[in-house]
Design a protein around this ligand. Sequence first.
Ligand SMILES: [Mg+2]
Length: 379
Amino acid sequence: MAVIMHVDMDSFFASVEQRDHPELRGKPVIIGGRKDSRRGVVSTCSYEARKFGVHSAMPIGQAVRLCPDGIFLPGNHDKYEKISKEIRQVFAKFSPVVENLSIDEAFLDMTGCEHLHRSLPAMGNAVKQAIYDAVQLSASVGIAPNKFVAKLASDYRKPDGLTIIALEQIKDWLAPMPVTNIWGIGEKTAEILAAWQIHTIQELRHCSKTQLIQYFGKHGRNLYWLARGVDHRAVEPDTEAKSMGKETTFRENVTDTAVLRQVLAKLVALVGARLRKNGLWARTITIKLRYSDFTTITRSSSLPQPINSDDTIFETADRLLKKNRGTAPVRLIGVYVTQLTTVTQATLFSDPREDKLTKLMDQLNTRYDKPILRKGREL
Ligand SMILES: [Mg+2]
């Protein structure tokens, strides 16, 4: 059973200003622009300001009307960024798998780490306390078996909240919530659902999967499962590189598909080796083709599991090539991998024999400047 934690700082920018300027404590503080600024929106406001109906993303002018005595500040992004870094260092002490969603929000995959704590509440409080010790700011924490529920849980008792939702509680807990609490339900979807008299998550459960898919396409399937609190998305740690790739420009345009495949295989081998060297897996494979007339296309395919073997990358890239090759002479070919992650679920599904061979090839190939072992398709 996964243990996912969502941490969200409480009115982050406003709290920082109240921390650094005691005279602002207990006052409605609104960050986003000065009172006389015609443009700009509220980026954060203190809980005191929320009582006046002010909220983030609201135009400053409207906030001034609602809360004329509020303290309006432009904010200091460099300072917030620096504090955010300190908070991320705290997260790293609790989990090796952290996905930062924004400057003040993150998912921590605590699966397996929960045994290091007396209980889930103790674990949640330890994270909150560690953040407070580091930056003297409060955070709200949600703990649940998946990301969707954990995020709603952190929001449940803000500020300074801690909410833990166990698997068996999920269905009842979600039932009375408005459908707009579901990720991806925007105004448009909500309008259609309202026309069907569906306002709560409980009511959304009356829709069949077929019906939802019919109306909302692929997204319909997500709605069906999220309404039941089912969410299989993994916490995806940030990696330095967001993508890796290699491309090559031919001295003379190439029309022979066999040659293109051969070059593609070489590029895949280089990209694959680099992925593995960095301990990364990729979920999306992209090929790039530039034709003789300089038209450039990129075509991508995402896989259900992250992968990092040359065979899988090549299979996907080759399929994309076949499908999109056309007939025009090719000037440049490239392959890219994105959606990089260090989460290693992929290893559960990969063939151990193939892994062994790949490892051996990588070891030999990194011992010399040039690869000495190659797969047949590169020759
Ligand atoms: Mg926040």
